[in-house]
Ligand binder design. Structure first.
Ligand code: PDD
Length: 287
C-alpha cells in the first residue's frame, strides 16, 4: 500500500500525471524516515523539516504535521514494515508546463515503504570516500527533489570504488552527497554549521545532542580538506547510513585506518536512541 494524497491505496492505483511539476522541474520536497522494529524514528522532526522546506519554496502543505504523522504510521502498519524506510514527497502538483507557479493547483503527496536492514557491515568496518567539488545550488538546506548534483557526485564516488562523496566548496568541506560529515581532532567534534550550504540533517542534530550529553566538545565550524585528511576520526551521518565511520578519504587513511573510539561512542549513543524510541536493541539488528 502507498499513501497517495489523503488515501492509502495499492501502488498500482496511484497515477502520476506527466505534467506533475516534481517530474518536470523537481518542484517539490521530500523526506526519508527510518523505521526500526516497526516504529518510526524521529518522525516528528522529519515532518517539521518537510513543512519548513515546503514553506521555503512557497508550497504550503494542506496537511499538518500531526495528520501526516498519523498517516505515515498507518502506512507503516498497513505494510507491516519492521526494518526499513518511508519515502515521502510532495510536489507542487500537476499543471500545463510553465516555470512560474500555476494559479490553482493541488500539491501531490506520495509516500511508500521499503524494507531495508541496518547497514551492519558499513557501521562495523567503515567506508572509503572521495572528495569532489560541491557543484550544487546555494539552498542545500532545502530538501528539494532537485538532486542532480548529489546524483552525479554519488555516481562518481561509486565509480572510484567509494561509498560516499565528500563535497568541497571553496576549499571547505560541506557535507556528503547524501549525508552530513563530522571530523574529530584532539577530542573535539567538528561539523559544518547548519546554514544554506548543507542539509540540516536530523541524524546530525541527534549526534550533536548525544555529544553534548556525553560532554564531548563540539564546534559547528567549517574545516578544510587538509583538516579532513589529518583528522583523528571521520564519520558521516544520515537516516540510512546512521553514524558510519569513514576510514579513508581519497588516497589517505584516516587515523589508524579503522573506526575511532569517539565514533564508536557516538554509534553506541545513537543505538540507545533507537532502543529508547523504537524499543529494539543493537543486538536485534545484528550489530
Ligand atoms: N539523505 N545531507 C544530504 C545532502 C542528504 O541528502 C541527507 C539525507 C543528509 C542527512 O540527513 P538526515 O540525517 O536527516 O537523513 C545530509 C537522504 C537519506 C536521502 O536523500 O536518501
Amino acid at each position: 500500500m502507498i499513501l497517495w494524497n489523503d488515501r492509502l491505496v495499492p501502488r498500482s492505483e496511484a497515477k502520476v500525471d506527466i505534467e506533475d511539476r516534481g517530474y518536470q522541474f523537481g518542484d517539490g520536497v521530500y523526506e526519508v524516515i527510518r523505521v526500526y522494529g516497526g516504529r518510526t524514528f524521529y518522525l516528528q522532526e522529519h515532518l517539521l523539516r518537510l513543512e519548513k522546506c515546503a514553506r521555503e519554496i512557497g508550497l504550503p502543505l494542506p496537511w499538518d504535521v500531526s495528520q501526516l504523522a498519523e498517516r505515515i504510521n498507518q502506512l507503516v502498519e498497513a505494510n507491516q514494515l519492521r526494518e526499513g524506510t518511508v519515502y515521502l514527497q510532495v510536489t507542487r502538483g500537476a499543471a500545463p508546463r510553465n516555470h512560474a507557479f500555476p494559479e490553482s493547483v493541488q500539491p501531490v503527496l506520495i509516500a511508500y515503504t521499503s524494507e531495508a536492514p541496518r547497514p551492519v557491515a558499513m557501521l562495523k568496518d567503515g567506508i572509503r570516500t572521495c572528495t569532489l567539488e560541491d557543484i550544487r545550488w546555494l539552498r542545500c538546506d532545502i530538501k528539494s527533489l532537485n538532486l542532480l548534483g548529489a546524483v552525479l557526485a554519488k555516481q562518481e564516488a561509486l565509480e572510484r570504488g567509494c561509498k560516499e562523496a565528500i563535497l568541497v566548496r571553496n576549499g571547505s568541506v560541506t557535507e556528503g552527497s547524501s549525508s552530513n560529515v563530522f571530523i574529530v581532532k584532539n577530542d573535539t567534534l567538528y561539523t559544518h554549521p547548519a546554514n544554506n550550504l548543507i542539509l540540516h540533517g536530523i541524524t546530525r542534530a541527534i549526534i550533536l545532542k548525544c555529544a553534548e550529553e556525553a560532554g564531548i566538545p563540539v564546534k559547528e565550524e567549517t574545516f578544510s580538506v587538509d583538516s579532513l585528511y589529518n583528522a583523528d576520526e571521520v564519520f558521516i551521518t544520515g537516516t540510512t547510513v546512521e553514524v558510519c565511520p569513514v576510514t579513508q578519504v581519497d588516497d589517505r587513511k584516516i587515523g589508524s585506518g579503522t573506526p575511532g573510539p569517539l565514533t564508536r561512542r557516538l554509534q553506541q549513543a545513537f543505538d540507545e536512541q533507537i532502543a529508547r524510541q523504537c524499543g529494539c536493541s543493537a543486538e536485534m539488528s545484528g550489530l
